[in-house]
Write a protein that binds this ligand. Structure first.
Ligand SMILES: Cc1ncc(COP(=O)(O)O)c(C=O)c1O
Length: 320
């Protein structure tokens, strides 16, 4: 998907012109994958443009850095403000996708050099509509189980949102698309269900909402958490547990969650129809409407998940 360029990117504490936010080819992250990042959405709401669960995304970024011992030269509040700043500076009042990234930059070479290279931090934002088309969103997507498993425990930490983890995601997504599916689902090393290449997975069976637990090589998705809370709030039983692959084939409903895909129904897995095989099931639909209602104002934001941005606040000076 092409990136619609905006004017400014926040880079190491300053707003710089989009085309000047560049790094050296010998940056550590480029060679060894030492980069952690986030994907955050801002939505237009009746209270103006607001960032969804900004504090939780920033906390996950800090946690990912902590797992890899990447020192971050900015506080959570400075990073939150950088996210608001790129929305303001680029006038993104219709909502945006925000991409904070922190990585080991240019310094010494080597996997674990004596003097750690400095950590570079950037936050970019651009206008980004739906990840999937409206038709796909309404009908649901056709997916497959990947021949690639997700990472094994105690190899590459699945709970860190680190660039290197996305090598596994690239294998899963590319294989699925090559075979004509919209997405692939990776199994955990024990053969139980894990997650999509960039989404968490939910099933509905006999009125209970089921999702693989954190120990099954999944990222602790913020949309996953949102959906579990919305579901419990509506009196639904939710279980995080080990789920056998075949439970997906006989599920009444299935869907993906993620910042990019939001809540996307799955209509078939390995060409086996899920539910009617034609459109989202009733529980998926009710969770979709509760979720999207947060942004239209129909669902009360009683958790304080929306962080409205004051677009008239003074803008930080951009560096020349
Ligand atoms: C591998 C993976 N799983 C799950 C998710 C969903 O996480 P979130 O809802 O926080 O976007 C993502 C997206 O960041 C992801 O890349």
């Amino acid at each position: 998907m092409p990136i619609p360029a905006t004017q400014f990117i926040w880079f190491n504490g300053k707003l710089v012109p989009w085309e000047r936010a560049t790094v050296h080819v010998l940056s550590h992250a480029l060679h060894y994958g030492s980069s952690v990042f986030e994907g955050v959405r801002a939505y237009p709401t009746p209270r103006g443009v607001a960032i969804f669960r900004l504090y939780d995304h920033t906390r996950r970024l800090l946690d990912s850095a902590k797992i890899y011992r990447i020192s971050l030269p900015y506080s959570a509040e400075q990073l939150n403000e950088a996210c608001r700043e790129v929305i303001r500076a680029n006038g993104l009042k219709n909502g945006a996708y925000i991409r904070p990234v922190a990585f080991k930059g240019y310094g010494e070479i080597g996997v674990s050099p004596k003097n750690d290279p400095p950590t570079d931090v950037a936050v970019a934002a651009w206008e980004w509509g739906k990840y999937l088309s409206h038709a796909e969103e309404e009908a649901g997507v056709d997916v497959c189980i990947s021949s690639w498993h997700r990472v094994a425990p105690n190899t590459i930490p699945a709970l860190a949102k680190a660039a290197g983890n996305y090598l596994s995601s690239q294998l899963i997504a590319a294989e699925a698309r090559r075979l004509g599916f919209a997405e692939g689902i990776g199994l955990a090393p024990d053969g139980t269900l894990s997650e999509g290449s960039g989404e968490n997975l939910f099933l509905v069976k006999d009125g209970v909402l089921l999702t693989p637990a954190l120990a099954h090589s999944v990222l602790g998705g913020i949309t996953r958490d949102t959906v579990m809370r919305l579901a419990r709030d509506r009196g639904l039983e939710v279980r995080e547990c080990a789920l056998p692959r075949e439970l997906l084939y006989i599920a009444d409903e299935a869907f993906f969650t993620g910042t990019a895909v939001e809540i996307t129904a799955i209509r078939s897995v390995d060409r086996i129809p899920i539910g009617s095989g034609k459109h989202a099931g009733p529980i998926t639909e009710s969770l979709q409407s509760a979720f999207y209602g947060l942004f239209s104002g129909k669902t009360a934001d009683k958790w304080g998940w929306l962080d409205p941005i004051d677009m008239s606040a003074p803008r930080a000076a951009a560096s020349a």
